[in-house]
Structure formats: structure tokens, C-alpha cells
Design a protein around this ligand. Structure first.
Ligand code: NDP
Length: 324
């Protein structure tokens, strides 16, 4: 049986960077046939058709069909994997509450449509920002879907953190293990060098605390802005790559700890129900387990409180707006 993969915002920059990789088998493996369902808003349907034409022109052996629609019910019908990429960007002069409200109007009906129409084994990854809170909204509007099926992406922050540490220490990225980020996908996220290992050694012992706190953490957090400044456009290929990494490891397993934003059960004092990035173990089959018992000292605790505090504020705002 082939898998149905639904991608929202399919005509956008990340959509364009991810669809070819999904269809070539890089996300679900080289033996998994798939059907693509592309959700777009009406004005972007034509562009999505153009992308679909190119997908057909690749003659990918794994790709069985492509459907394009502006109707979430159709898009999520029978979906096994949903990538929620399309979101409303922050515009000049927009307050955070406006941004949350605008995105709530997207993620609430999408959560409801997933609840009513997706396959029984559905797995959801939210990429569109503010990703953690958009995920919270979708999850709370899909009461019949177990909440462990919902996640938001912090893997790009992790990949950035791994790459920057590898460059600093002049080692290969494969020498670094268990480097995870905690909290919100925002500049407050916390990349954890206390639990990360470099060739078996604690990463935090190999760097100066001054560099860690005042250069590394802010640079990982503001990498998106640095790319916009250099490229004149948001990062898209690296975001698509991280989404592929996230879903592939969730489905097929991984031998290192990774970062996923998932619903808290109260682990590490993170309030129950918040969608926060945690270190997770991935054994495959679409299961994850929050890794417990990791070292969280005073420094990490203070960073965690800031980023989780931000998640609470966003949660309270969307609650007030009646979105959850
Ligand atoms: P992108 O494809 O570049 O980005 C899509 C979303 O991913 C944005 O919310 C963006 O956040 C987020 N994102 C997460 N990580 C990153 C990262 N590292 N770099 C860049 N973005 C990141 O946006 P486009 O504007 O090119 O495309 C969006 C598409 O979504 C459009 O085609 C639009 O029509 C569609 N859309 C579809 C909807 C639907 O299907 N119902 C609803 C709304 C939009 P940020 O804004 O912070 O960069």
C-alpha cells in the first residue's frame, strides 16, 4: 500500500524545495510508493500546478499520483503524513496577537480536517511559523487524533547548531551526537551543549562558556535573519532538508537523540500540554519517546524558563482568541 503525503503551502519556497525530495524517496525510504496531495490557497493553485508538472516530468518511480486542491477536507483525506508548511508571514506593523489570530484561521480548520479525514495512523509535522503554537492549535482541534501524532519542527535549529559547533571544533558533523535544542522555534530556543557529545566528550567542556553564551546561542537563534540578509530571501532548502530529516527519522528511526517539538506531559517541568522542543529517541514506526534523566543544570534551566515562558504566552493568547 502506498502512503498519502499531504503538503500545505505547496507552491511556496519550502514547498518547491521539499516536494522533489519527498517524491524521490528521501523522506519515507526508497521502497515506499506515495500519493501527493497539495493544499494551496486559491491564488496559488496555478503555481502549484506548475510544480506538479515538473514533478511528473521527473518520472519518479515512487510517485503514483498528485492531487491539487484548496479544500482542506480533500487535501487531508486519507493522509498518512501531513506537512503543514503554508502559514501567514508576519507583516510590517503586525502585532504578535494578529499573527497568532491569522494563523489560527489556517491551523484550526486544518486540525479539524485532519481529525475528520486523515488516515488512522496520521503523523503531522508543522513547519509554518509560529510553528509550535500553530501545532498546538491544530492538535487541540483534532481531539480524536492522539496528540503524540503532532509535532513541530526544531530540527533546522538543531542542524544549524551541529554545523556551527563542528566548524568551531574543526570536527565532522558526524562526530557530534545528541545535540538537541529545547523550547520554542524562535530566537529564544536553547541549543544544549551539556548533553551533546563530540567524539564521546561532553561538548560544553570543549568550548569557552563565554563563546557558548554570547556567540553560539545568539548566532544559532538568529541564523534565519543572517540568511535573509545575505540571500535576500528566507532560507528554504535548509528548512526543507530539516523537515525531511524530521519525518524520515520519526518514521524510520535514528541512533542519536534529536529535537522535536511535541506535547509535554510535564517532562523537565515544562507545563503539560505545551508543544515544546525536547530531546527525543526515535525507534521508527512514527513513535518517539522524550528522553528523560538528562542533565539540566542552573544555566540550562534559566534558558529553558525563558523559551517555555514564551510558549506559555503564545498559548494564553490563542486560548483568549478561542482558537484552542
Ligand atoms: P515559505 O515556503 O518560505 O515558508 C513557509 C513557512 O515556513 C513560513 O511560515 C515560514 O516562516 C516557515 N519556516 C519555517 N522555518 C523556516 C526557515 N528556516 N526558513 C524559511 N521559512 C521557514 O513561504 P512562501 O511564502 O514561499 O510560501 C508559503 C506558501 O504557503 C504560499 O504559496 C502560500 O500561498 C501558502 N499558504 C497556504 C495555505 C494553505 O494551504 N491553506 C495557507 C497560507 C499560506 P516565516 O514566515 O517565519 O519565514
Amino acid at each position: 500500500m502506498s502512503k498519502t503525503v499531504t503538503v500545505t503551502g505547496a507552491a511556496g519556497a519550502i514547498g518547491y524545495a521539499i516536494l522533489f525530495r519527498i517524491a524521490s524517496g528521501q523522506m519515507l525510504g526508497p521502497d515506499e510508493k506515495l500519493r501527493l496531495k497539495l493544499l494551496e490557497i486559491e491564488p496559488a493553485l496555478k503555481a502549484a500546478e506548475g510544480t506538479a508538472m515538473e514533478l511528473y516530468d521527473c518520472a519518479f518511480p515512487l510517485l503514483e499520483s498528485i492531487d491539487i486542491t484548496a479544500d482542506p477536507k480533500e487535501a487531508f483525506d486519507g493522509a498518512n503524513v501531513c506537512l503543514l508548511i503554508g502559514a501567514r508571514p508576519r507583516q510590517r506593523g503586525m502585532e504578535r496577537a494578529d499573527l497568532l489570530e491569522a494563523n489560527g484561521q489556517i491551523f484550526k480548520p486544518q486540525g479539524q480536517a485532519i481529525n475528520d479525514h486523515a488516515a488512522d495512523d496520521v503523523r503531522v509535522l508543522v513547519v509554518g511559523n509560529p510553528a509550535n503554537t500553530n501545532c498546538l492549535i491544530a492538535m487541540n482541534n483534532a481531539p480524536d487524533v492522539p496528540r503524540e501524532r503532532f509535532s513541530a519542527m526544531t530540527r533546522l535549529d538543531e542542524n544549524r547548531a551541529v554545523s556551527m559547533l563542528a566548524q568551531k571544533l574543526n570536527v565532522g558533523v558526524e562526530d557530534i551526537r545528541d545535540l538537541v535544542v529545547w523550547g520554542n522555534h524562535s530566537p529564544t530556543m536553547f541549543p544544549d551543549l551539556f548533553n551533546a557529545r563530540v567524539k564521546g566528550q561532553r561538548a560544553v567542556d570543549l568550548v569557552e562558556m563565554e563563546w557558548y553564551e554570547n556567540e553560539y546561542i545568539p548566532r544559532v537563534g538568529k541564523r534565519g535573519a543572517e540568511i535573509i540578509e545575505a540571500r535576500g530571501a528566507s532560507s528554504a532548502a535548509s528548512a526543507a532538508n530539516a523537515a525531511i530529516d524530521h519525518v524520515r527519522d520519526w518514521m524510520l528511526g535514528a541512533d542519536s537523540l534529536h529535537s522535536m517539538a511535541v506535547a509535554s506531559n510535564g517532562e523537565y517541568g515544562v507545563e503539560e500540554g505545551l508543544v515544546s522542543s525536547f530531546p527525543v529517541r526515535l525507534s521508527g514506526g512514527g513513535e518517539y519517546e522524550i528522553a528523560e534523566g538528562l542533565e539540566v543544570g542552573d544555566f540550562a534551566r534559566s534558558k529553558l524558563e525563558i523559551t517555555v515562558g514564551e510558549l506559555k504566552e503564545e498559548r494564553d493568547a490563542v486560548k483568549q482568541l478561542g482558537l484552542i
